[in-house]
Design a protein around this ligand. Structure first.
Ligand code: PMP
Length: 353
């Protein structure tokens, strides 16, 4: 076949998201860290009242209405906010604006697999530094690598651990490049690094409405950073990256903090219960501050359990990558979903089938 592609495309490790079955498929879906509860009723009311006139026109290019609402919730000026088509797009925007061949992109491993794919697309140099065994940050090595871009997910996926803000502060102060703090799962924990953007113009904190706000299908994320950093990012984003519907629904969702907080409280309680149940079944667990649990079965049969659960209509995530051998990531569902998972595991562990 004619080679239509750029020189490094064949060598790239493409990002493979979790399985996303078609709508209507009867499964228990615990593989993509979605929120098991519906979005805010206020957000759904906006959806029902979408005005044809909004759709006829191009949307406001910077998601202005959402920036205003997020500004009130976060206590930062609206011109410190960039809005994206999911936080994935914002990660891509940072890479496009700041990385190029000859520049380094650095992140601790294991972490979100997309960082590698985006860096490869930009043909920049990848530096992966292993987390320490207790998942503490390899601070000295990250500082020494001094990337043009450094990614830290906190809470991290798939481990679920939070990176202490004082360590992120040390990193921000010593790096000459951009520090991306990916807070996709921040709604499920107490600590956050938002204050760092005021002190360090090289820091961007990126968040999403996919998790805490139950809007993964809408595709809406945002970043908070000094406008000096944002002005470069705005240059490489798509012209109309926030569609009118996402902007309107996202505005209602972020304004309804009470609803989001109530969902998050339920998920945290279910997380604790599920962790207790899985420990009783003999799984090793890492302490998670997110809406998922990283677990390792005692028998070394993670891939087998993943397959057998799938046959029974329960999807979880099985990773094959360095540092994650024989581990599974399970999204926290409703109590009923978690109970169904635990019962299926009891059956599989008892019968071996
Ligand atoms: N960051 C991390 C660490 C994630 O796990 C995810 C979800 N896959 C994202 C960012 C992207 O989320 P979204 O694009 O839905 O906002």
């Amino acid at each position: 076949m004619t080679n239509y592609f750029r020189s490094n495309v064949d060598a790239m490790a493409s990002y493979i998201p979790g399985e996303q079955p078609q709508r209507g498929t009867q499964i228990i879906k615990l593989n993509s860290n979605e929120n098991p509860y519906p979005p805010s009723p206020a957000a759904l009311a906006v959806l029902r009242n979408i005005d044809g006139e909004w759709l006829r026109r191009y949307p406001e290019p910077f998601g202005g209405e959402f920036r205003q609402a997020a500004s009130k919730v976060l206590g930062v000026p609206s011109d410190w906010i960039i809005v994206g088509n999911g936080s994935d797009e914002l990660l891509s925007v940072v890479i496009r604006a700041c990385a190029e061949p000859g520049k380094k992109v650095v992140y601790p491993m294991p972490t979100y697999v997309l960082y590698r794919t985006l860096t490869e697309m930009q043909a920049a140099e990848i530096i992966e530094i292993p987390y320490r065994d207790d998942y503490s940050l390899p601070l000295e090595e990250l500082v020494a690598a001094n990337g043009s871009v450094t990614f830290i997910a906190s809470p991290n996926s798939p481990s679920g651990h939070v990176v202490a803000t004082n360590n992120l502060r040390k990193l921000a102060s010593q790096l000459s490049g951009v520090l991306v703090i990916d807070e996709a799962y921040i709604d499920f924990t107490e600590e956050n690094a938002l204050a760092l953007v005021k002190d360090y113009e090289n820091v961007i904190v990126i968040r999403t409405l996919s998790k805490g706000y139950s809007l993964a299908g809408l595709r809406l994320g945002f970043g908070v950073a000094n406008p000096k950093l944002l002005q470069g990012l705005f240059k490489v984003k798509d012209s109309y990256n926030i569609d009118a519907i996402a902007c309107a629904i996202g505005t209602a969702a972020i304004t309804d903090q009470a609803y989001k907080n109530a969902c998050v409280a339920k998920i945290k309680a279910s997380r604790n219960q599920l962790a207790t149940d899985l420990k009783q079944l003999g799984f090793h667990l890492w302490d998670s501050q997110a809406n998922f649990l990283l677990v390792q079965p005692r028998e070394g049969n993670a891939e087998y359990l993943y397959q057998k659960l799938k046959e029974r209509g329960i999807l979880i995530r099985y990773f094959k990558q360095p540092g994650l051998d024989d581990k599974l990531r399970i999204t926290v569902g409703t109590d009923e979903q978690n109970q169904a998972l635990v019962e299926a595991l009891i059956y599989l562990l008892e019968t071996g089938d």
